[in-house]
Design a protein around this ligand. Sequence first.
Ligand SMILES: C[S@@+](CC[C@H](N)C(=O)[O-])C[C@H]1O[C@@H](n2cnc3c(N)ncnc32)[C@H](O)[C@@H]1O
Length: 172
Amino acid sequence: MIKNVSNWVKFCTDQIHIKKKNKTALDLACGKGRHSIFLSKLGYTVIALDISMDNLNNFKEKNILKLCCDIENFIEWPFAKNSFDLVVVTNFLNRRIFNNIKKVIKINGYLVYETFGIGHENFGKPKNKDYLLRKNELVNLTKNFQLIIYEEIKVLAGNTKFIKHRIVCKNV
Ligand SMILES: C[S@@+](CC[C@H](N)C(=O)[O-])C[C@H]1O[C@@H](n2cnc3c(N)ncnc32)[C@H](O)[C@@H]1O
């Protein structure tokens, strides 16, 4: 059991359930690897990318290739088109690289994306609007993909207060 895996990532991977052998996933801005570890246990070969080597040193599971790089300031984008069956991005946003992210997804591959939405600044970090999704922005950013599920949720329960926007969509 891996701690703190996002319910959204769990739910989406359960729904899409890619059956083929040798399936590949990219966990972009992976942090301490909670989703990389989760995906590797589901049988994906995972590339875990983060700018922080300290974060990447946090985990050692097999089937995870670590890539320490600054994905916002690249000279050459590090991945070929159509490289991954699944790309997972959580709690990270840079609109400038969104198209690059989509291009690495294979035909019939999926994007699972979840991050903070506008209004969240009232509850905590991030407060900078550059890092907060606008209403329907994820849908607009992925409109050449097939939308499977999209939601904007507001959670106000005890100490837990956040606004998240989340999507799962398919490159068709
Ligand atoms: C809020 S954490 C989210 C981590 C992980 N996705 C999760 O949800 O547990 C944001 C992550 O983005 C990484 N990051 C920030 N800027 C980056 C960049 N330019 N290139 C690659 N990773 C970056 C940080 O090191 C950090 O691990």
